[in-house]
Design a protein around this ligand. Structure first.
Ligand SMILES: [Ca+2]
Length: 508
């Protein structure tokens, strides 16, 4: 028998809690007139997490993003899934817009990749993309971004589109132009007073090269906007990164790749002077972007919308800029495979962190959940809103990456926990390499060449003995075998149409 008193007290307690929540709810969750939050997705072009203080950088100054991280959550294991094109931006941005995986998105002509069954690339995908979904949900939708290497059928569905490629070293020709478009939209939005929430896709054209900074920020970072590589080191320029190498130890497998041989002011130079100047230019571009983000945050605050807005900051992928002797985004080291992901908004613990194990393609499902909008049926991403709410640390255990934009099959990576495997199978079998890293012991994925005294003299970083590629170390053969099996399984699950040299053929 249950005592009547035991039933009554919990009931009273429950009623008390319900009334308390009703009183608090409007302050914590609410929003535009119709009760739903605004969403801002900030996407920079070619930016490694390593450039931000939220991820340990001590030179590049980004006060607005620091405050965003202090108000919200920083995800330490966020990745883009990869690319089947040298233009890594293109599939990355198609995945952001559609929430579909890398082999399930169309090429620029709307076709699947060779070897991929067309059934996995649905027709009319744009109608299930980010702007289409939020238009139907009654949101005002706005976009500013660069033009090119993206997913135009979705982009044009935003109700207001202000796209230009702005990579110059002045306000009008650089990132301030994107900032102007965002601020103008917010002014118009406030004047309309439609009562609808808004979705803003706030993209930048930088720090993608050409990395022309504005004069005062170039000076701050000891850099110059050069067309040819510099002859001398500017001691005011940022130090070389720990993973710097004068050359990659084997061919990356994409002959004449633009990002490795044609970047203005760099070309094939990997000298200390060139890389430090280029990083200084990059930081000047990043701080200028941060200033534009600050303008938007201040505007939101003045409008009284800041507390009702989820703000996600990310990049379409990372980039090497001298790490491992590479300069481009066509590799799967952490500096390039990983992306920054910082999220602030109602209900997210200030200054929190989680690994997340999220892909960029999870953003659509996440903002749908945050807005109370149903994700489209074509979506394959997983909402990381439970991570943002502190309910869990990860949305998946295993992460898969691909770069297949050069010679085939290309590169693959897989990560589980602290361990990561990279395989490179390029140039008709000329290069077949396997790398194994413990990312806790060796977060910068240092390899044998980083132990060279000449390299140590340049970077000032003496690697620990464990900080090397462990693929051939017998102590870790079991770990390697586990990751090899996981990679094969992920390739099959995601309909990767290729097979690496030492993998069984599909179906065997
Ligand atoms: Ca990009």
């Amino acid at each position: 028998m249950i005592d009547k008193q035991e039933l009554v007290m919990p009931l009273l307690l429950r009623l008390y809690l319900v009334f308390t929540l009703l009183l608090i709810a409007p302050c914590v969750f609410a929003v535009a007139d119709d009760g739903r939050p605004n969403i801002i997705v900030i996407v920079t072009d070619d930016q490694s997490p390593e450039t931000l203080s939220a991820y340990g950088n001590t030179v590049c100054q980004t006060p607005a993003l620091d405050r965003l991280a202090a108000r919200g959550m920083t995800l330490d294991a966020a990745y883009h899934m990869g690319s089947w094109s040298g233009a890594v931006c293109r599939p990355s941005r198609a995945m952001i817009m559609t929430g579909r995986t890398v082999w399930h998105i169309p090429d620029p002509k709307g076709k699947p990749q060779p070897g991929v069954d067309p059934v996995w690339v649905p027709a009319g995908l744009a109608q299930q993309s980010m702007p289409a979904v939020f238009n139907r949900a009654g949101y005002e939708t706005f976009r500013t971004c660069k033009i090119g290497n993206c997913f135009p059928p979705a982009n044009r569905l935003f109700q207001t589109v202000k796209d230009e490629s702005k990579r110059g070293g002045t306000a009008e020709s650089g990132s301030a132009w994107h900032g102007d478009q965002a601020v103008n939209f917010l002014d118009d939005y406030a004047a309309r007073d439609s009562g609808k929430p808004f979705l803003m896709y706030f993209g930048f054209s930088h720090p993608h090269d050409t990395r022309d900074g504005i004069p005062e920020l170039l000076k701050k970072y000891g850099a110059r906007n050069l067309i040819q590589p510099p002859g001398e080191v500017n001691p005011q320029s940022p130090p070389l990164p720990a993973a710097y190498l004068p050359a990659h130890p084997f061919d990356h497998g994409h002959p004449n790749l633009r990002d490795e041989v044609k970047v203005s002011g760099v070309f094939e130079s990997r000298t200390e002077a060139t890389i430090r100047n280029e990083i200084g230019r990059e930081y000047a571009c990043i701080e200028y972007i941060d200033q534009q983000i600050e303008r938007v945050l201040e505007k939101l605050e003045a409008m009284g919308e800041l507390k009702n807005t989820y703000i996600l900051f990310t990049a379409d992928h990372g980039i090497a800029v001298g790490r491992h002797g590479l300069t481009g985004k066509q590799n799967l080291y952490e500096h390039t495979w990983r992306v920054p992901l910082i999220v602030a908004g109602p209900g997210i613990d200030p200054g929190s962190r989680a690994p997340g194990n999220a892909y960029l393609l999870d953003i659509l499902a996440t903002i749908c959940e945050l807005a109370g909008v149903e994700a489209p049926k074509t979506n394959e991403g997983k909402s990381f809103a439970p991570v943002l709410r502190g309910e869990k640390q990860l949305v998946r255990d295993v992460l898969y990456g691909v770069y297949a934009g050069g010679t085939k099959p290309g590169m693959r990576s897989v990560r589980k926990g602290d361990w990561k495997l990279i395989k490179i199978d390029v140039l008709e079998g000329e290069v077949r390499e396997t790398q194994l890293f413990n990312l806790v012991e060796n977060p910068h994925e240092l390899i044998a060449e980083h132990h060279d005294q000449a390299v140590i003299a340049l970077t000032g970083n003496t690697p620990k003995p464990i900080q090397r590629d462990l693929a051939e170390d017998p102590r870790f053969f079991d770990k390697r075998a586990e990751l090899e099996a996981l990679l094969a399984s992920e390739m099959k699950r995601l309909h990767d149409p290729y097979t690496l040299w030492d993998q069984a053929e599909p179906g065997q």
